[in-house]
Design a protein around this ligand. Structure first.
Ligand code: ACO
Length: 382
């Protein structure tokens, strides 16, 4: 029987998972069994990661123990620091530096190939703990600034912001950051998660899997969209210019960043969570101008997407409001995708553990379309 190719594996279920439930037609997302709308504004990164790893929320003692293990993971191996210094000299993009540094984290691990569940869990914690340290240290090194070490009295999100700026982060900014990290943490069988699961399915190690996942996240069809989405809002500048600007883009055949999704055919529920977080943030800062402009650009974009691409149900995805939240807490556009990775690594690691808990090598097939009648021609006759 002829094998049928499903381009992009669209609609193919590659695994069972208890980690997140995505309903693209109802616009629903549950993370670890909790509706995102309830989890994201309340949970910290540490609580949500624990939820994915252990299938329940931690109690106070467990959370304190996890935070203290995170402190252990914040110390980067010497070679990782050297890699960051070398990348900083070449002014490499932050997401590339994160990918390179992640691959070297195994050097701080006495037994990187240990794939027992307990070993993998500790490794997952160490990798999650290291990510904000890598990103923040790298950004400062590249700017010629001293690296700011994390503080023991700060949580994961607060430390990330503190290590980036060297200043005590405002509590509202920390809450917005945790909300973002939890919102971004897991989303079914997305491309980067699938990449990680494929890698561990060969019984390879977690460092390799997470490094591969970063590579998959980087592209604009996945985690690279928020920077260009914000650029578009800035370029438009005032609401009255939105229609002409967006029309021009669509006439040129450009894709509007922050819109459309492989799974969601209604509004991405993560866009709602982050839009609310962004509104709170800009309201508290006493200047809603950018938020109001983004809302009105969004309205115009949705109207024009329906006009130019009727029936495709192109809706706002999480990346549009990611840009607004992260800009609101003071991050530059280049940090948007690396910050996505700081959140998503909780989900990547949980998926790798889940894959290994009942592993079967992921090995799809392909349909050959090439010739079979070629014959060897010696080099001197070619
Ligand atoms: N702007 C304009 N047109 C679009 C957009 C968009 N953002 N997205 C899809 N379309 C069009 C396509 O050109 C296609 O048109 P056609 O039928 O005339 O050929 C139609 O809508 C269907 O698009 P597909 O390519 O089949 O959609 P797919 O599921 O492959 O793409 C994707 C999903 C990659 C996210 C796409 O919507 C896109 O490129 N969006 C912009 C980038 C973006 O926001 N990425 C972040 C995604 S969220 C995340 O990964 C965390």
């Amino acid at each position: 029987m002829a094998t049928k190719v499903i381009p992009g594996l669209e609609g193919v279920a590659a695994a069972e998972t208890r980690l997140s439930y995505v309903d693209g037609l109802a616009g629903e997302l549950f993370i670890g069994g909790h509706p995102l709308m309830e989890l994201a504004p309340n949970a910290t990164f540490e609580e949500a990661a624990f939820l994915l790893w252990h299938d329940r929320l931690p109690n106070g003692e467990e959370l304190a123990a996890l935070k203290s293990r995170f402190q252990g993971g914040q110390e980067l191996p010497r070679t990782t620091k050297h890699v960051l210094e070398a990348a900083a000299k070449r002014k490499a993009p932050v997401i590339d530096a994160l990918r390179m540094a992640c691959a070297t984290l195994s050097l701080g691990d006495p037994n990187p190939d240990d794939i027992t569940p307990a070993g993998q869990l500790r490794r997952a914690e160490r990798i999650c703990a290291a990510f904000p340290v890598i990103v923040a240290s790298y950004v400062r090194l590249r700017e010629g600034q001293d690296v700011v070490p994390p503080r023991d009295d700060y949580g994961h999100a607060a430390n990330f912001m503190y290590m980036l700026s060297g200043e005590e982060p405002h509590a509202d900014f920390v809450r917005a950051m945790d909300t973002y990290l939890v919102t971004a943490m897991d989303h079914g069988m997305n491309a980067s998660t699938f990449t990680g699961r494929v890698i561990v399915s060969t019984e390879s190690d977690l460092y390799s899997a997470i490094t591969g996942a970063i590579g998959a996240l980087k592209g604009p069809a996945h985690g690279g969209a928020p920077g260009p989405a914000l650029d578009m809002v800035f370029e438009i500048g005032t609401a009255d210019r939105a229609d002409a600007n967006i029309r021009e883009r669509l006439e040129r055949g450009e894709r509007l960043m922050g819109f459309g999704h492989r799974v969601y055919k209604v509004r991405d529920p993560r866009a709602d969570v982050l839009s609310q977080a962004a509104e709170r943030l800009y309201e508290q800062a006493g200047d809603r101008t950018l938020y109001d402009l983004a809302r009105s650009v969004e309205e115009t974009a949705l109207r024009l997407l329906e006009e130019y691409k009727p029936g495709r149900n192109l809706q706002t995805n999480l990346e549009y409001y990611t840009a607004l939240v992260l800009h609101g807490v003071g991050m530059s556009a280049e940090l948007f995708t690396p910050t996505f990775a700081v959140g998503r690594v909780g989900g990547w690691s949980a998926h790798c553990l889940e894959q290994l808990s009942h592993n079967r090598l992921i090995r799809p097939s392909s349909v050959y379309t090439g010739p079979k009648d070629r014959r060897w021609v010696p080099l001197e006759q070619r």
